[in-house]
Design a protein around this ligand. Sequence first.
Ligand SMILES: Nc1ncnc2c1ncn2[C@@H]1O[C@H](COP(=O)(O)OP(=O)(O)OP(=O)(O)O)[C@@H](O)[C@H]1O
Ligand SMILES: [Mg+2]
Length: 436
Amino acid sequence: MGDDVDRDKKNQDYKILVVDDDPLILTNMERLLAREGYRVDRAESGETAMDKLRDIGFDLVMTDLVMDRVDGMGVLSFAKGLYPDIAVIMITGFADMKTAFNAIRLGADDFMLKPAESEEIYFRVKRCLESRELKIKVNQRTLELEDLNRQLKKDITQRKRAETKLQKTNMALSDSLSKLKFAQDKLIQSEKLASLGGMVSGIVHEINTPIGIGITASTFIKQLISKMEKNLVNETVDVQAIDKLLKKTHEAAAMIHANLGRAGALLENFKQVSVDQISEIPRKILVDEYINEVIASLSVELKHSPHRIVVNCPQNLIFDSRPGALAQIITNFVMNSVTHGFEGMDQGEILFEIHADDTTLYLNCRDNGKGMGRDAVKQIFDPFYTTRREKGGTGLGLYVVYNLVTKALSGTIECVSTPGRGTEFKVKVPLNGWMV
Ligand SMILES: Nc1ncnc2c1ncn2[C@@H]1O[C@H](COP(=O)(O)OP(=O)(O)OP(=O)(O)O)[C@@H](O)[C@H]1O
Ligand SMILES: [Mg+2]
């Protein structure tokens, strides 16, 4: 019986109060329990027991049932009233068995018949202390669980509240997102309108001159003819006069032709400026084949010029986008190199170098023409910037190219040029980032 009551506590950690009005029994019990290591105190009456219980915290009380004045039942209810967890063992003679059962009903933890064997006493004391220990632990756990439960409930309520708040914030966010999108669409729309407005006034300004010249020239022809008519009536016309009239009319007609041509070109290019209206459906092309076809179709414009065009492109490269935009870009590059870069040159060379990685198509176009100064490069993509205005240039070619690359194909373009050392255009286009 020398074992500990449980793994944590030793017998000496327990305090036991033995209550009996028979000092002999009391001494005997005290000795027995002390031998097992318990700390034992004694009370020779119910009253003394109550006093001691009030002062010292006991783990277990062993009390005789039948005593004068305060009996075992009194000690029991007093002890349990003070410490609900305290273990109480009633000791009684056989004749009091009924009362002993009652005591158990009223909260006693065990009872023993007198005289009790020491082994039985040890066993019951140990069992009572163990079950008391267990009860205390269960109570503690229950309290902890209740605490946890309360915390959990609080957490759940808080989380639910946070969730609701989050949902509300989410809704507010998506609401402001759609408002923002709406505002952005409006802004883009008004930006488009603004730039269209700028373009319209630019085109009006540009077209004004050739139309004005055309009107002046046609008025001049009209005046020449009226004068000729009068002279015919007066019969004062000679061959020299007719010759002069024809010469002047020819000059004026050529002027009208050139200027109407320029006005027409301006309008034609102006149509291409609004790339939004490109209704071409995206499709897959073999880039190498397609670029060569575009260049071949330019042979009429190039009038079999002596210049050389080289295309370096992987044969299996596929571009899944709007090929029409690509064709227009290539055409403008070629025509610009020929008309501006190679002006007064016998043999120019244009080199197209194309390659792609996982995400991007790279298209470089380089000529070995006369190139441009830094100021010219800065303005090259501006609408109406041209150095050939008098020869019919509109200055819209590269503006259209810029719009096609950046808007229709969602890419980027840059120009590098040095006077006397040619011009290079570098275009980068995301492989499936075209405008839908
Ligand atoms: N490859 C080039 N070499 C030298 N100068 C160039 C080259 N490409 C363009 N430029 C310069 O940029 C100007 C603007 O070119 P852009 O294509 O926009 O208009 P343009 O060719 O003058 O007119 P249009 O395109 O109506 O014929 C040209 O007038 C020319 O001065
Ligand atoms: Mg051009």
